[in-house]
Ligand binder design. Structure first.
Ligand code: ADQ
Length: 487
């Protein structure tokens, strides 16, 4: 680990809704198996000093999050591996249901993705949200020591920064928001006391991060309108401290995806796909969610098939959807609409020996995913709203052959960084259809130029640079606080 003697060492504490570990019982006790997600590897590299930050963390990373394991089963058990110590938060089902399914997934998610008609406003859900944030705080209270740095993630924990700030005024707190922060006209649909609590809650942090400048602007406007604090550039001026609000576009482990191109399993997967599907391949992969524009995508592809019969039998669209939230009625309904639309398109245009859409409803292991990314001629990513969207970044990063065309919705946060993609509006089926033809016919030279430009950007600002950027701001805010207290 890096040594910076000027700073007393504190620990890094992460708080996010779900623990990123599988808790497995064995003969000697319990073991933690960490997920291989981008955030996990990013904080790991930060704590191990691989990231160039002046923070130097003591001890293992402490991770606080919900688990549905039985509290009695884990009572008194230490949960750790070589890098992390896990601190489970137990939320009883009678709170977790209205908190997570109700307030988070049935109100904040649809509202912040601009689907107000799907949003449900229930007082009891907001009460559960407050209670669950308090349960997180109770757990953190047992852990936090002076000099610890706390990094809180996402819309499930918007009240937590201020709960911590009240009791631990000097600890550094960061908050990162993974979904869009909506324009004020949407945000103001929340009842007055709820929106005040949310803004005050988030402003408990020292640094508040969003994916794009637009989300930053919307948040700053909400701050002005709801609680009346002004801002100078990206600093919100509270009475006794300042909060930095800025954009930190999240990214991926670029090198991991780029190197994966040459993995034997990935090569095998790619060759198999290409041997099976002789025609050109269009690919998409997302969670089942109305924000991902799955039906818009199908409509655009259908328009393409109607307008360009010369492409029939020369292209296949492989659409993979990973099951998500399928206990919720809206999601079940959407799933059956997708099933019907795929059936309709395949039966209208298909031939005995050609299926226009190959649709799978399942999760994919990493090697298969990269195999598909690298076998495809086109990636078709059409969210109607997406905080960032990592799939398009993964597609670009994995193309070590510098080939392939990305078609990307302007509604994805990632569109701000990936201007060399063919940018479309997902509600415009004609535009999607035309972009598909343009992508299929694009010369390899042009593909290369566009890919190179996007790859250069993603290589430079990968998930490690993102983490570094965030923590650099956390250090700088300390200087700003000092200036303010001497002023
Ligand atoms: P998500 O809405 O989950 O994340 P996204 O950013 O696209 O969306 O990430 C999805 C991840 O799941 C990707 O790493 C992808 O490879 C993986 N995935 C998707 N379908 C899969 C499948 N069938 N099998 C296996 N893996 C699959 C939220 C926000 C986003 C924001 C991220 C990160 O909604 O806007 O980009 O957080 O901040």
């Amino acid at each position: 680990m890096k040594n910076t003697p000027s700073r007393t060492k504190g620990r890094l504490i992460l708080a996010a809704y779900r623990l990123p570990f599988k808790i497995i019982q064995n003969e000697t006790g319990y073991s933690l198996f960490q997920n291989s997600g981008g955030l996990v590897s990013a904080v790991l590299s930060l704590a191990q000093g691989q990231v160039n930050t002046s923070f130097d963390f003591a001890d293992k990373i402490q991770w606080v999050g919900y688990t549905d394991n039985n509290p009695e089963e884990l009572a008194g058990v230490t949960l750790e591996n070589e890098s992390f110590k896990a601190h489970p938060v137990f939320i009883p089902p009678q709170i977790n249901e209205p908190y997570y399914e109700g307030f988070c997934n049935d109100l904040i998610w649809p509202l912040f993705h601009y689907f107000p008609s799907l949003a449900h406003f229930e007082n009891t859900n907001f009460e559960a949200y407050q209670e669950a944030n308090l349960l997180f705080f109770e757990k953190l209270k047992e852990i936090i020591q002076p000099n610890d740095v706390i990094w809180i993630h996402d819309y499930q924990l918007m009240l937590l920064p201020d709960l911590i700030r009240q009791q631990f005024p000097t600890n550094k707190i960061g908050f990162f928001f993974h979904i869009p922060f909506p324009s004020y006209e949407i945000f103001r649909l929340l009842p007055t006391t709820w929106r005040e609590s949310i803004i005050d809650g988030i402003l408990g942090a020292d640094v508040v991060g969003f994916h794009t400048n637009d989300y930053v602007e919307y948040f700053l406007k909400a701050v002005r309108m709801v609680v009346g604090y002004g801002n100078k550039l990206h600093y919100v001026n509270l009475n006794n401290r300042i909060v930095k609000v800025d954009s930190f576009p999240i990214s991926i482990d670029y090198q991991k995806f780029n190197d994966a191109f040459d993995l034997p399993e990935v090569k095998h997967e790619r060759e198999q796909v290409r041997a099976t599907l002789k025609e050109k391949i269009i690919f998409s992969v997302d969670r089942l969610d109305y924000s991902k524009g799955l039906l818009h995508r199908l409509k655009g592809y259908e328009r393409f098939l109607e307008r360009f019969p010369n492409w029939h039998e020369k292209v296949s669209f492989v659409m993979v959807v990973v099951p998500s939230r399928d206990q919720i009625e809206q999601y079940q309904q959407m799933k059956s609409e997708i099933d019907q639309t795929v059936g309709r398109i395949n039966s209208s245009f298909g031939k005995m020996h050609w299926q226009p859409i190959i649709y799978q409803y399942r999760s994919m292991p990493f090697e298969e995913l990269v195999g598909m990314y690298t076998a495809s001629d086109v990636a078709l990513i059409t969210p109607v709203r997406d905080g960032m969207n990592l799939v398009c970044k993964e597609y670009v990063a994995s193309r070590k052959d510098v080939q392939g065309v990305l078609i990307l919705s302007e509604m994805a946060g990632a569109a701000a960084e990936l201007g060399e993609a063919l940018i479309i509006n997902p509600t415009d089926a004609e535009e999607i259809g035309s972009a598909v033809v343009r992508a299929l016919e694009m010369e390899t030279d042009e593909q290369r130029k566009r890919m190179e430009a996007m790859q250069m950007r993603l290589r430079e600002y990968d998930v490690f640079a993102w983490t570094n950027d965030f923590f650099t701001q956390m250090l700088m805010i300390e200087q700003e606080h000092k200036k303010l207290s001497h002023a």
